[in-house]
Design a protein around this ligand. Structure first.
Ligand code: SF4
Length: 497
């Protein structure tokens, strides 16, 4: 055991002029469920370039969260963390990376799913414990965290943040047991909900996944010795990993230099609940999850859409980027050619620069341009992955129509989203969801499309290649774990101003 005090190096100060909350460059909220978070953990026997490895792994997970990023590193004695608001490439300058030396690391890229996007909620959380340093990074949402937090408060703990990840860290620090694995194993049964967790202690990295398997987590072998875990297999591929495998629901995986040990700590839930939305929207297309390549599943979503709701059209266009494979699938199935119709500015990302009022009014035009040469005089079949609040579909239809399309038909690669997610995805509340308030006909009229159709639940699951084992609660309202409807994302916020 190591009881060396923790050295906490960060968060750093913000860049000048960045005291406000980040806004999308278009000045309006993108109409997608907000990505959850990405986690990574690395342990190497030699420690060469541990910060760089973690940086590039996190960089590959940037799509899962763009609000903040952090890396914690341990050299076997001391742990330190650097974390801040912003994209991975902005947070980690060479100067910020220089002190991050050691053998073991974890990293996190964040979108705030629990607790607002405050500095104090940026992960990894690093705490000093009687057993040495402990850092925690978390993807998911523990639905009973408010009750667990109250219990910690009643036992005299002080909490500094408002996210469920701090609850996890403090529960582990207070748990009995000889090793961190034992403490984890004793604490795990108390956590209900979605968690793909990576922990860093003085001399190892430990990963664990909830028994329902809501969020993905994979493990692989690094080319230079050592091992890595990451939210998505694409990050492990970036690091050159081989022997990539899924961390099983309820499994604890410990990485220590070139050693790896795996242990089924909790029995997998009788009905697993993988998030279907990972296939529809969140995961990168080159990731593999549950044995399925995400790109191929998205192509099959397009095929199923074509089988269910084909319409005469001259061209199939995707709303880039997530719908590109579905447009290919739809085109292959119907014989209608696919082409680009919308060009997305892929570099716009998030910015602290407020658009002018005039730019704000132009809405999606800041993010997308229509390719009039491919649209004018054509009946257009446009494919998008989802409709959440319905804020961008109307402007996109108008953009395509203004470019000369004679008809615009909209097809969505999942069923209507009628219920909020409680497992780590921010879709807002039920009342924010367009499909919870309107019929398909009403949505079509609101958007201004010539027709609108959603993929059925059966069609979506045919494309995934499974009939069970997945969570579809946002489409059906059948939550795999009982959730307290009163628990909102910011339910901790009353405690700390
Ligand atoms: S409710 Fe929807 S977004 Fe949330 S875990 Fe289930 S399928 Fe995924």
């Amino acid at each position: 055991m190591n009881d060396t005090p923790v050295s906490v190096a960060g968060p750093t100060g913000r860049a000048p002029g960045t005291t406000g909350a980040a806004v999308t460059a278009a000045g309006h909220r993108d109409d997608h469920p907000r990505d959850e978070c990405g986690v990574i953990g690395i342990s190497t026997p030699h420690g060469d370039g541990i910060a760089e490895l973690t940086f590039f792994g996190l960089f590959a997970l940037q799509h899962r969260g763009q609000e903040a990023a952090g890396i914690a590193v341990s050299d076997g004695q001391r742990a330190r963390v650097h974390k801040d608001e912003g994209l991975v490439a902005n947070v980690f300058t060479p100067e910020a990376m220089a002190p991050l030396t050691g053998y073991h690391s974890i990293g996190h890229t964040r979108y705030s799913t629990t607790g607002s996007n405050a500095q104090r909620n940026i992960q990894p959380f690093l705490v000093e414990t009687m057993h040495g340093p402990l850092a925690v990074a978390h993807n998911g949402n523990i639905v009973n965290a408010p009750a667990l937090r109250d219990e910690l408060l009643s036992r005299g703990f002080g909490l500094t943040a408002t996210s469920d990840t701090e609850v996890v860290a403090l529960m582990l620090a207070a748990a009995g047991g000889r090793t961190w694995e034992e403490r984890l194993e004793r604490t795990l049964p108390a956590w209900k909900g979605a968690f793909s967790l990576v922990l860093l202690d003085a001399d190892e990295v430990i990963a664990v996944r909830d028994p329902w398997g809501f969020r993905p987590l994979s493990v692989g072998k690094l080319p230079s010795g050592g091992h890595a875990v990451a939210s998505e297999s694409c990050a492990l591929a970036t690091l050159g990993c081989t022997d990539i495998d899924e961390v099983r629901p309820g499994e604890i995986v410990t990485l220590k230099g070139s050693e790896i040990s795996r242990h089924q700590a909790l029995a997998p839930a009788a009905r697993s609940a993988r998030c279907t939305f990972e296939f529809v929207y969140f995961s990168r297309p080159d990731s593999v999850w549950d044995g399925h390549n995400v790109h191929h599943v998205r192509q099959r979503l397009g095929v199923e859409l074509a089988r269910e709701s084909a319409v005469d059209a001259d061209v199939v266009i995707p709303v880039p980027d997530s719908s590109i494979p579905a447009a290919i699938g739809y085109s292959n199935e119907t014989g209608i050619p696919h082409n680009d119709g919308l060009i997305k500015n892929r570099y716009i990302g998030r910015t602290f620069i407020e658009p002018t009022q005039n730019m704000r009014e132009r809405g999606v035009a800041l993010k997308f341009n229509a390719l009039a040469e491919n649209l004018a005089g054509k009946r257009v079949l446009m494919i998008d992955d989802s409709l959440v609040r319905g804020t961008t579909a109307g402007p996109l239809v108008k953009l395509v129509r203004d470019a000369g399309a004679t008809e615009v038909h909209l097809r969505i690669t999942c069923p209507p989203i009628t219920h909020a997610c409680h497992f780590g995805v921010d879709m807002g509340h039920d009342s924010d969801l367009m499909a919870a308030r309107r019929t398909v006909q009403e949505m079509q009229e609101h958007i201004g499309a010539d027709s609108l159709a959603f993929l059925s639940l059966d069609g979506m699951m045919r494309a995934v290649g499974a009939t069970e084992g997945y969570c579809n609660a946002c489409f059906t309202g059948a939550y795999p774990i009982a959730v307290d409807e009163a628990q909102a994302k910011l339910s901790f916020e009353g405690a700390i101003a």
